[in-house]
Design a protein around this ligand. Sequence first.
Ligand code: FPP
Length: 260
Amino acid sequence: MSSNEESKFSFFSRKKTPVIDESKLKIPQHIAVIMDGNGRWAKKRMLPRSAGHRAGADNLKTLCKNCGHYGIKYVTVYAFSTENWSRPESEVHTLMELFVEYFDRYDPELEQEGIRVRFTGDLLGLPQNIQDVCKRAEEGSKHRTRMTLIVAFNYGGRREIVQAAQKLAQQVKAGTITEDEITEDMFAKNLYLPDVPDPDLIIRPSGEERTSNFLVWEGAYSELWFSDVLWPDFGMKELTEALVAYTKRDRRFGGLSEEK
Ligand code: FPP
């Protein structure tokens, strides 16, 4: 770290966890997290994969608390992708069960934290009981304003784009729009959650450095941050490291920095 960076954040070398002057952090409005590494976390402890997913679901509560601490307004997490159906039936079943349990069991805690819950993905492709959980959680949390937790479930970025294209094609067919009226803005309005701002920062723990069909359109200009820590162990220290890295990024969106 350069001396310039050292003066920007007050690190105290005696402590393992860096002590940060939080007032100097740039806080993203929206972060998105790929909750990866549950299986490896379980394997390291000689536990079944289901125990890793349970620990991962528990850690989502920690993430919400930690993001709340920093005043992050939107947190999107990748909980089940359109490709995850190819996992063994028993694992898919575990993830569905955890999902149901999570939103029923933890709702009082989410309420206490002022967390609104929304879902993104091909929800109509989910079993009816899961669709019912989504409706209940969304309806019951509409009034909460401190933070919005968006859970990507049966989500695939390519599928989201294809479904937006289908919606637009239907509008052209019905004569409500013409094909040359289709702009990037109009396209974005046909995605799953058009009112949610694009993620500023996408975090992937577990040492993999790819985005795996997550927020393909919305993440076009997101900053990326990767960590070797497995998702169930991703805590305040790792989130803070990601925010320190984000603070140092120069987001130009294809333009030039102000000083150039
Ligand atoms: C990837 O790790 C993780 C998943 C496919 C599932 C993520 C789900 C949760 C954290 C819990 C359920 C969520 C809710 C909202 C209740 P992996 O299994 O691919 O890990 P590995 O790469 O180490 O095998």
